[in-house]
Design a protein around this ligand. Structure first.
Ligand code: CU
Ligand code: ZN
Length: 252
């Protein structure tokens, strides 16, 4: 668009109307006398700078293994505020780590307070849609389902977890959920259920909605955190595995 072909529109009174449009076109730099041209050049320059910073940040984050590039999140599990007194009071910590945006997620599930049965029951854990849990875990709403998929193909369908001695201690990798991007689970809820997830094989519509996993015992909101909680959990996990190996060797 030639500069001179916008008669009338370039009067100073038209600034606010034109600026968003002019800012996207390269304008001649040899017109320092026009207040519009210097202002729009400034806008265009600012846009370039912001784009450069954004690219730098996303590129750095996309390099797996680069120091500080991994994303971390934590969820401090608490018994539901609406819990029936007959139900177990489950609490603990769920930690997430994602090497880069778009990479598979891994998680530590660290829960206590289940009935201490010998032969472990299995309990479902999912990511639910809402992060307001003040009236109880029901407020978390349905499964987080940004792609309108059936259960168990929601990003936060973590499946079933075996309880041993009233506890869950589990590391899972290759999870579909993400801590970055438009479908990030940050700010959404993790819900621990009283029952087992039928994984969509229940034969009823509810099975393809939530897996008939039963009551919501405990929940938490996923929040961004630094790398230290994950490092600590990974160390404890490695020590536990070593102890188990050692005791298996002694028993053999
Ligand atoms: Cu659930
Ligand atoms: Zn689901």
């Amino acid at each position: 668009v030639p500069w001179t072909s916008l008669p009338g529109l370039l009067r100073p009174s038209c600034h606010s109307f034109l600026d968003p449009f002019l800012g996207t076109f390269p304008l001649p730099a040899d017109r320092p006398e026009s207040p519009i041209s210097s202002f729009t050049l400034g806008l265009s320059d600012m846009h370039d700078k912001v784009t450069a910073i954004w690219q730098q940040l996303t590129q750095r984050a996309a390099e797996p293994g680069a120091p500080g590039s991994a994303l971390h999140a934590a969820c401090r599990v608490q018994p539901s505020a609406s819990l029936d007194p007959a139900q177990p009071r489950v609490s603990g910590l769920v930690l997430f780590r994602q090497p880069a945006p778009g990479a598979p997620l891994e998680a530590f599930f660290h829960l206590d307070g289940f009935p201490a049965e010998r032969n472990g029951s299995r309990r479902a854990i999912h990511v639910h849609r809402f992060g307001d849990l003040s009236p109880g875990c029901e407020a978390a709403g349905p499964h987080y389902n940004p792609r309108a998929a059936p259960h168990p193909h929601h990003p936060g369908d973590f499946g079933n977890f075996a309880v041993r001695d009233g506890r869950v201690r589990k590391h899972r990798g290759g999870l579909a959920a993400s801590l970055a991007g438009p479908h990030s689970i940050v700010g959404r809820a993790v819900v621990v259920h009283a029952g087992e997830d039928d994984l969509g094989r229940g034969g009823d519509p509810a099975s393809l909605d939530h897996g008939n996993a039963g009551r919501r015992l405990a929940c938490c909101v996923v929040g961004v955190c630094g790398p230290l909680p994950w490092a600590r959990a990974a160390r404890e996990h490695a020590e536990r595995r070593k102890r188990r190996r050692d005791s298996d060797c002694q028993a053999a």
